[in-house]
Design a protein around this ligand. Structure first.
Ligand SMILES: Cc1cc2nc3c(=O)[nH]c(=O)nc-3n(C[C@H](O)[C@H](O)[C@H](O)COP(=O)(O)OP(=O)(O)OC[C@H]3O[C@@H](n4cnc5c(N)ncnc54)[C@H](O)[C@@H]3O)c2cc1C
Length: 416
C-alpha cells in the first residue's frame, strides 16, 4: 500500500490549528502536516490586545489546544516558511532549518490559512526598531513590556486593535494618544453612532483621541523617545509607538501559483474551494460569497476562523459542505464591549433598542424588513445577554416589526 498523501495546511494560526483538529475528528487517518512560520503552536489572537497587555492573561492561556493534543492526533507541526505551492504536482515547497534547505511535501488536499501581514506606514522613520505593530504573541510580549505606568504611548490607527491597545495601555497607567486619519473612529466597521459612543468613552477615561490627523514622520530622540510629527504641524513625544492600521491578506502564495484572487483576498466559493483543484482557503485570507447577500466578503474575526476551519476541513475530505455562518465579532475596550452580528451595511433602516445599564442595540433591516444585522455597544454586563438573542434573530433572518424591536417591554426572546 503506498503511503497516502498528506492533508497539508499552510499557516499554523487559528484556522490552521482548528482545521487540523477537525480533519482528524472527521475521520482522516493519513498524515496531517501543519506548517507555520511562527515558532508557536496555534493560539488565539484576541487576548493579544487585551488580557495579555493588561496582565490579566498569560501566553499559555492563549493556546488553541494543549500541546499534547497535537501528539494524540498525530498532527505534525512544522515550523517553516512556505515559499511556493505547485497546484499541478500538488506539492508545497518549504524552507527551514539552519541551512534553509528546500523540502517538498505532496498533498492530497491543501488549505491556505495564511492570515494577513501588518500594513506599514510609508513615512520617514516607519522602519525604526521602536515602531511596533501587533499581530503575534511575540509582538504582544514586546508591547506589554513597554506599558509601564506613566509611559507615553502613541497609537496610530483608531480601529479595533488600536483602540483595544489604547484601553489596555490606559489600564496599565500609561498616557495614551490615538491618532486617526478619518473624521471618526472604527471606519465603516460599525455604524457611525457606535463610533461616536466609543470616542466618548475613550475621551471620558482620559485617552487623547485626535481625529482627522495623520503622522508624517517618526524621529528617534537622543533620550530614546520618538518624536511623532503630525500633519497639523504639531508633534508628540512617545516612549512607545504602535501602528495599528490593519492587515493586508497574505495572498502571495496563491497569487504566485496563479489561483484566482478577489478584490481583497483569495477567491473561494461557498465550499471555501479556490480555483485550483484540491486547494482551499479560509480565515482572514479568504474572500467568500456572503451567506446573507451573496456579494464577496472577507472577515477578520475569531468566529469566522473558528467556523471556516471546520467547513474547509470537511471539504478537504470531499464532504461538499457550504459555509453559511452569519458573521459575528466583538471588541472589548475598558469594561465596555462592541458586538456586531450579520452585515449592518446591507441594512436600509435602523431601529435602536435601549437596554438597561447604559447599553443599546441597533437592529439593521433590509428594504423588505428582514433583519440583516445588529450592532451593540455598552458595558459588558448590560450588553452580553441581550446581544446573544439579537444574534439569534439575525441568524434566523427574522422579520419582526420595528415597533416591537424598539420596545423594551417586548422581550427579544418572544421575537425568535
Ligand atoms: C491583536 C488581535 C486582536 C484580535 N481581537 C479580536 C476580537 O476581539 N474579536 C474577534 O472576533 N477577532 C479578533 N481578532 C481577529 C482574529 O484573531 C483573526 O481573525 C484570526 O486570528 C484569523 O485566523 P487565521 O488563521 O485566518 O490567521 P492567523 O491567526 O493570522 O494565522 C495565519 C498564520 O499563517 C502564517 N503564515 C502566513 N504565511 C505563511 C507562509 N508562507 N508560510 C508559513 N506560515 C505562514 C502566519 O505566520 C500566521 O501564524 C484579533 C486579531 C488580532 C491580531
Amino acid at each position: 500500500m503506498p503511503t497516502p498523501r498528506a492533508m497539508v495546511i499552510v499557516g499554523a494560526g487559528h484556522v490552521g490549528g482548528r482545521a487540523a483538529q477537525a480533519l482528524r475528528a472527521f475521520g482522516w487517518t493519513g498524515p496531517i502536516v501543519l506548517i507555520g512560520a511562527e515558532p508557536h503552536l496555534p493560539y488565539e489572537r484576541p487576548p493579544l490586545s487585551k488580557g495579555l497587555l493588561t496582565g490579566a492573561q498569560d501566553a499559555a492561556s492563549c493556546a488553541l489546544r494543549p500541546a499534547a493534543d497535537y501528539d494524540a492526533d498525530q498532527i505534525s507541526h512544522v515550523v517553516a516558511w512556505v515559499e511556493s505551492i505547485d497546484p499541478v504536482q500538488r506539492e508545497v515547497v518549504i524552507t527551514g532549518g539552519p541551512q534553509r534547505a528546500e523540502r517538498r511535501i505532496a498533498y492530497e488536499a491543501l488549505l491556505l490559512a495564511t492570515g494577513g501581514h501588518l500594513r506599514r506606514l510609508d513615512i520617514p522613520g516607519a522602519d525604526l526598531p521602536g515602531i511596533l505593530g501587533l499581530r503575534t504573541l511575540d509582538d504582544a510580549a514586546q508591547i506589554a513590556a513597554q506599558l509601564q505606568p506613566g509611559a507615553r504611548v502613541v497609537i496610530v490607527g483608531g480601529g479595533f486593535i488600536g483602540l483595544e491597545v489604547a484601553a489596555s495601555a490606559w489600564q496599565r497607567g500609561c498616557e495614551v494618544t490615538v491618532i486617526e486619519g478619518a473624521p471618526r473612529l472604527l471606519g465603516r466597521a460599525v455604524p457611525e453612532a457606535i463610533g461616536a459612543q466609543v470616542l466618548a468613552l475613550h475621551r471620558a477615561r482620559g485617552v487623547e483621541v485626535r481625529l482627522g490627523t495623520l503622522p508624517t514622520a517618526f524621529e528617534r530622540q537622543p533620550d530614546g523617545s520618538t518624536q511623532v510629527t503630525l500633519n497639523d504641524g504639531t508633534a508628540l513625544v512617545a516612549d512607545t509607538v504602535l501602528v495599528g492600521i490593519g492587515i493586508a491578506p497574505a495572498t502571495e502564495l496563491a497569487a504566485q501559483a496563479g489561483l484566482a484572487l478577489g478584490r481583497s483576498g483569495i477567491a473561494v466559493d461557498a465550499q471555501l474551494a479556490t480555483s485550483a483543484p484540491g486547494v482551499f482557503a479560509a480565515g482572514d485570507v479568504a474572500e467568500f460569497p456572503s451567506p446573507l447577500g451573496g456579494q464577496p466578503i472577507r472577515q477578520e474575526t475569531w468566529q469566522n476562523a473558528e467556523t471556516q476551519a471546520r467547513v474547509a476541513a470537511a471539504n478537504m475530505l470531499g464532504q461538499g459542505m457550504a459555509f453559511d455562518a452569519s458573521p459575528w465579532f466583538w471588541s472589548d475596550q475598558f469594561d465596555h464591549q462592541i458586538q456586531v452580528s450579520g452585515e449592518p451595511a446591507l441594512g436600509a433602516s435602523v431601529v435602536t433598542r435601549p437596554l438597561a445599564g447604559g447599553a443599546s442595540i441597533d437592529f439593521h433591516l433590509d428594504a423588505a424588513g428582514r433583519l440583516v444585522g445588529a450592532s451593540g455597544f455598552g458595558p459588558v454586563s448590560a450588553l452580553a445577554k441581550e446581544f446573544k438573542l439579537a444574534c439569534m434573530l439575525v441568524e434566523r433572518r427574522r422579520q419582526p416589526s420595528p415597533e416591537a424591536l424598539a420596545d423594551v417591554g417586548v422581550k427579544l426572546k418572544s421575537l425568535l
